[in-house]
Structure formats: C-alpha cells, structure tokens
Design a protein around this ligand. Structure first.
Ligand code: NAI
Length: 489
C-alpha cells in the first residue's frame, strides 16, 4: 500500500509551535504538504507572544526537506493567517484549527475575561480562519477542515466551564459547516484529543503525559484531511492509541398526544420511560431528530387524540333523564335470556307471567337494561358528555358492574343520574367508566347502580394513568361446587 501523500496541498495548522499542532504540522509536511506553521507563541493561559515557537517548527520541517512558512498572528486575526498561505502558495486546501489556551477556574471565580478570552481563541479564532478560507476552498472544489474539541466539552469537566462551552461550540460549528461544505467537497470534522502537552502537564501525572504522545493523535488528523477520506461531520475521540467515533443517542422517549394539557405531574410519572436507554435511536440530522415530533403532529391531524379530552369529560355529571319500564319489558327480558323455556315450569313463570299466582318478580340482571338504554338513547340524541368525541364505531362494551340495591319493582318510573367516573389511558386505546345511578322517580329511592366501562379504540396515548388492572380470575384447583347445564333457544 502506497502511503497517503499530501503533495501539492497547502495546510494551515494553528498553534503549531507546540504539542499537538506541532505534531500535526510535522506529519503533514513529512508527507508533502506545504504548511503554514501558525503560532502566537504565548503562554498556556494566553499571555505574551513570541515568534520562537513557530520558527522552531519551521526549521524542523525544513531540516527534513519539507516546505513550511511561519506565521505569528493570533487566530483572532484569522484572515491574516489565510492571507499568508495565499501569498506564499496561492491556495489553501487544509485547515487544522488547533490553537488553544486554558483559563481554568471554578465557576464562581471565573471572570468575564476568562470567559471571553477562551471564547475568542477557540471559537472566534476557528470562525475567522475558516471563514476567510471558506470560499477559496469551495471555489477550488476541495477543502478539509479540522476543529479541535475536547472531552471537557463533551462531558463537562470541573473548573472548565469556559473551555467546555467553547469546545462544544466548535462541535456545533463543525456540524453545520459539514452540511454547508459537502457539495463542494469541503469536508469538516472534529477531534477531541488527549495528549501530553503543556496544557495537560498540570492536570495529569508525568508518566501519563509522557506516554500520551501527540504523535498518536496526528495520524487521525492527517487521514481526515486526505483526499481519499470522505468522512464529514464526524466527532472523534483520539489519543494514547485509541480512535473512536461519537454519535448522539436518544432514548425512545415518550409521546404525549397533542390537543390536551401536558402536565409536570405526567412527566414525573413517565420519567423512567423518558430516560430509559433500553431502546434508543441515533438521529443523524435535524430531519431524523424531528421524526417522532412530526409523527405526533400527523396523528393529531388524523384525529386520534381528539377523541377524548380528559379535562372536559372526567367528572362530568350528565343532566338527569327519566325513563320507565313495566311488566312487558321485564317479561320480555326474562324470555330473552331464556327463562320459562318450559312454560309449565312454575319456578320460572314468576319472571315471565305477570298474572302468575305466586307473584311476578324481576330478574336482578334486568337492572342493567334501563341504564344501558339510557346511554344508547343519549348517544342517539347526540348528548355525549363534553370531551367524549367518539362514535359507536369505536367502542366496545368492556366491564360491567351492577349493584341491585333493592329488589326491582315490576314497573317503575326511573330517574337516572350519570357521571363520567374514570378515564384511563391504556396506551393506544382508552377506557371510559360511566357511573349510572337509577332511582325510583316517584319515591326517590335508589334502586340500582351501574358502572359501564367503555373501551374506546385509538383514543389513548396522551400519557395519562393506565388505571387499575383487573384481577385475573384464576379458578380454584378443585371440582365446582355446583354444575348447571342449560341450553339457549
Ligand atoms: P499546547 O499549549 O501545547 O499548544 C497550543 C498552541 O497554541 C501553543 O503553541 C500556543 O502558543 C498556541 N496558541 C495559543 N493561543 C493562540 C492564538 N491566539 N493564536 C495562535 N496560536 C495560539 O496545547 P495542546 O495540548 O497541544 O493543545 C492543542 C489543542 O488541543 C488545543 O485546542 C487544546 O484545547 C486541545 N486539546 C488538547 C488536549 C490535550 O490533552 N493536550 C485535550 C483536549 C483538547
């Protein structure tokens, strides 16, 4: 395999008088690149300036037969550095934004000067150089730009609030420039290196800084700057022999249906879901990042989430309505459920024949009928509770609770009071529990209570409570107490 060469390429490496920048410059020059060795030559905290640092590296390059020119401008004067490349070699192909300083201090002690200076050297400097060179690279249809971030920006690091801000700012800058430059073959990547240098010698033990050679980082810079490499918009951690790429990972998260209030309480309840990395996605651009949001907007326009407005419906008391039944309804119901199949069965005649000598009685389960009829009639009249915006096409009769408070009379005028007692979010679907108390309209006596659970297809998913799960009815492991066999007609 022939080695990757940079013959004919012009590179700017900022802060190339020391540490990582020097190593990048030496490597690129050793492989044929013409290098602007930029360095202000100041101290690690940005004080002072000198031409010595850049000159020394230029001499090293030249001594090995390479081509280099020294530049002593601050990266804050980025246009001058680019001009130096253009004046010397009439073009610019590669920019390695590397110059950097530290102003470490805990946040309360951080002065605005500490903040501003770090921003100016790392971010403004990176902007000025790259901006000055951008159109030259676009016009030439070739450009490679490297920004130098830091683990401190990606993860945070005590005492480096200013530096972390600047370093992650460069990742954002790089992400967008990668998009803007791609068509013109201007590719932009960011490295988060670790290397022994004067910036790390105060933080890491000497054995470690000695081992973490800048030369372990530069090969990545060179590869990303090579014409064979099509990588763009990448972020890489590199150092001590390690090379890895980073990406964003997002929890699957939770979607709350739109059109109703989303409360902090719901978030508290769903927090473990929202923050669960068991299932994740890796958005790579703004479009894929927006995907769940757009999906949610779409499902709103389909109406799925407008079927129930919990705030409007829950607790709503429907206006009282009256109805009546008589012996005919009672007898028909009993016949309907199979009573008196044998018309001579005295025991069952009491449910179907009002002139029966031994009395006429109402099957207790008849207590469901007036309540259900009342609900059906209301639907027909379009008198649903506010906030319940679904039709019969979506509902299934779920559970039914019926409590017969006293034996039902053979005929009665009833007065029903109904209330939306519960609304549960079962994920895709919803449950609505309507409580109906039916009174004897003449005496005011409560006769029967019904809780009607309606399963509403496609109406759930607003992040509300799931409600209680019904106990699973496990039959006892023994013979039944009584066996009754019957046949329906
Ligand atoms: P270094 O201090 O050895 O080299 C930085 C060079 O930048 C110095 O020669 C300095 O004179 C120059 N410089 C500073 N301000 C300048 C300005 N305004 N204009 C032009 N040149 C300027 O530091 P090192 O470690 O080589 O750092 C290089 C880059 O890597 C920096 O951006 C640093 O933040 C970053 N970095 C380094 C890490 C490490 O482990 N060494 C870790 C993470 C990031």
């Amino acid at each position: 395999m022939s080695e990757l060469r940079f013959d004919g390429r012009v590179a700017i490496v900022t802060g190339a008088g020391n540490g990582l920048g020097r190593s990048h410059a030496l490597l690129l020059a050793s492989r044929g690149a013409k290098v602007v060795v930029n360095d202000l030559g100041g101290g690690a905290t940005g004080a002072g300036k000198s031409s010595a640092a850049a000159d020394k590296v230029v001499e090293e390059i030249k001594a090995k037969g390479g081509e280099a020119v020294a530049n002593y401008d601050s990266v804050e004067d980025g246009a001058k550095i680019v001009q130096c490349a253009l004046d010397t070699w009439k073009k610019i192909d590669i920019i390695v934004n590397n110059a950097g300083i530290l102003r470490d201090t805990s946040f309360p002690k951080m002065s605005q000067e500490d903040w501003d200076l770090i921003y100016r050297v790392h971010v403004l400097g990176g902007f000025r150089i790259t901006h000055a060179a951008w159109n030259h690279m676009r016009d030439a249809g070739y450009g490679r730009v490297i920004f130098t971030a830091s683990a401190a920006g990606i993860y945070g690091n005590f005492g480096q609030a200013n530096y972390s801000m600047a370093k992650l700012g460069l990742v954002g800058l790089s992400n967008t420039l990668a998009l803007e430059g791609k068509k013109k073959n201007v590719l932009v990547n960011t490295i988060a290196p670790i290397a022994g240098s004067r910036l790390t010698e105060t933080v890491l033990p000497k054995e470690i800084t000695d081992a973490l050679k800048p030369e372990y980082v530069s090969p990545l810079v060179a590869w990303l700057c090579h014409e064979d490499c099509s990588e763009t918009g990448g972020l890489f951690e590199v150092g001590g022999g390690f090379f890895g790429k980073l990406r964003w990972e997002r929890t699957e998260g939770k979607l709350f249906k739109l059109g109703r209030e989303i409360t902090p309480d719901q978030l508290k309840k769903s927090w473990s879901v929202i923050t669960d990395f068991g299932k994740t996605t890796h958005p790579t651009d703004v479009t894929s990042s927006m995907q769940p949001i757009l999906g949610n907007l779409q499902s709103k326009s389909l109406g799925g989430n407008e079927l129930i407005d919990v705030d409007a419906a829950l607790g709503y008391e429907l206006p009282a309505v009256t109805s009546s039944y008589d012996e005919r309804d009672v007898a028909l119901y009993a016949l309907g459920v199979g009573a008196a199949q044998n018309p001579l069965d005295q025991e069952e005649l009491q449910y179907v024949y009002e002139m029966n000598g031994q009395g006429f009685n109402v099957l207790p389960t008849f207590g469901v009928v007036p309540a259900l009829r009342m609900i059906f009639d209301m639907y027909k009249r379009g008198e649903q509770a506010p906030g319940l915006n679904y039709g019969f096409d979506r509902v299934l009769h779920g559970e039914q609770y019926t409590e017969v408070v006293r034996p039902l009379p053979p005929k009665a005028n009833l007065r029903h009071k109904a209330k939306i007692k519960e609304i549960w979010d079962k994920g895709k679907n919803a449950l609505v529990v309507t409580g109906i108390d039916s009174y004897d309209a003449d005496t005011g006596e409560l006769l029967v209570k019904n809780d009607l659970t309606t399963f509403v297809r496609g109406a759930g998913g607003w992040g509300g409570e799931r409600g209680p799960s019904a106990d699973v009815n496990v039959p006892p492991d023994r013979a039944p107490d009584k066996v009754l066999e019957d046949k329906t007609t």
